[in-house]
Design a binder for this molecule. Structure first.
Ligand code: 8Y4
Length: 281
């Protein structure tokens, strides 16, 4: 499609798109059989067809207020889906987990990336991440999912998030994870007010200036309730605007729910705005 439109010389590549795979609690209720996984596989196939480069699979809700999921349940939810997707599609399967056991099992099942909202701070996670040697996304979070949105506070949100991410990257490298497998993420919505989120978004070029690719997860988040007043099922336009803002700021990976729409928006941005990130090869 539109290969008459090439990137401007020196243009930054378009970000990769990471699609969030829905696996609702209902799809786990069959004790590890196939029936209830079909919707998840169909959704994954749709995202792949729409241009997702990565699919992120999590078995534990990290939304504000969510309860923790026992290890065995997380394994039962995640591992078979990782295996099925890794077999079926030519994309990177990312496992959204903070538990070393889940990271190991997912890697054995074919996962090609670890997405850890605890940035390898959980017991055993740093060593496991280093031994597996897969790319790891190190995300910033203030507090714990259950309480993090109660009263987020920083003296200087950008400096504090940046220094946390650089510390965690240094710890991962010291544990033996090569620098080129480290992705950093300011953790939009994880212990942040709307002002904090917007300050971090504006600081994307600074966060991207350390040589580690930056992942941005803004899709459908509550910042959009503040900015537009809309409920979660009406945040597509706002999500696309935030995705383009992150791309323009130099984000390398966008974690999104709406893959087809995000890919369209990125392509149009690249064509319409020659100095913007453009032309992924
Ligand atoms: C509607 C739907 C409203 C989803 C809010 C949400 C990130 C992440 C999440 C992120 C990385 C979410 C697992 C929160 N967000 N991982 N995970 N970065 N690396 N909330 O920003 O999607 S879950």
């Amino acid at each position: 499609m539109v290969d008459v439109i090439y990137p401007a010389p020196g243009a930054v590549p378009l970000p990769r798109v990471m699609g969030v795979l829905n696996i609702t609690p209902d799809s786990f209720s069959d004790g590890g059989r196939w029936l209830h996984r079909e919707p998840a596989l169909r959704h994954a196939a749709e995202m792949v067809a729409a241009g997702a480069d990565i699919i992120d699979i999590g078995g534990e809700s990290t939304r504000p207020g969510a309860a923790e999921v026992p290890l065995q349940q997380e394994l039962d939810r995640v591992v078979p889906v990782v295996e099925a997707l890794a077999d079926a599609f030519d994309i990177t399967v990312s496992v959204d987990s903070s538990k070393p056991e889940v990271m190991r099992a997912a890697a054995a099942a074919g996962a090609g990336m670890i997405n850890d909202v605890y940035a390898l701070r959980r017991e055993g996670a740093l060593e496991t991440g280093a031994v597996l040697g897969l790319p790891v996304c190190l995300m910033h979070m203030q507090g714990e999912p259950r309480t993090m949105q109660a009263s987020p506070a920083y003296d200087n949100v950008v400096a504090e998030v940046e220094s946390f991410l650089l510390d965690r990257a240094a710890a991962a490298e010291a544990a033996g994870l090569p620098a080129d497998r480290i992705v950093i993420d300011p953790g939009f919505g994880f212990g942040k007010s709307p002002r904090h989120n917007l300050d971090l978004l504006a600081a994307m070029p600074r966060l991207a200036g350390h040589g580690y690719p930056v992942l941005a997860g803004l899709s459908r988040k509550r910042l959009l309730e503040t900015l537009t007043g809309r409920p979660v099922d009406q945040r597509l336009a706002g999500s696309l605007a935030l995705a383009l803002a992150a791309a323009r700021g130099g984000a390398s990976i966008l974690r999104v729910h709406d893959v087809a729409e995000t890919v369209d928006a990125l392509r149009v941005m690249a064509a319409a705005w020659p100095s913007a990130p453009a032309g992924q090869d």
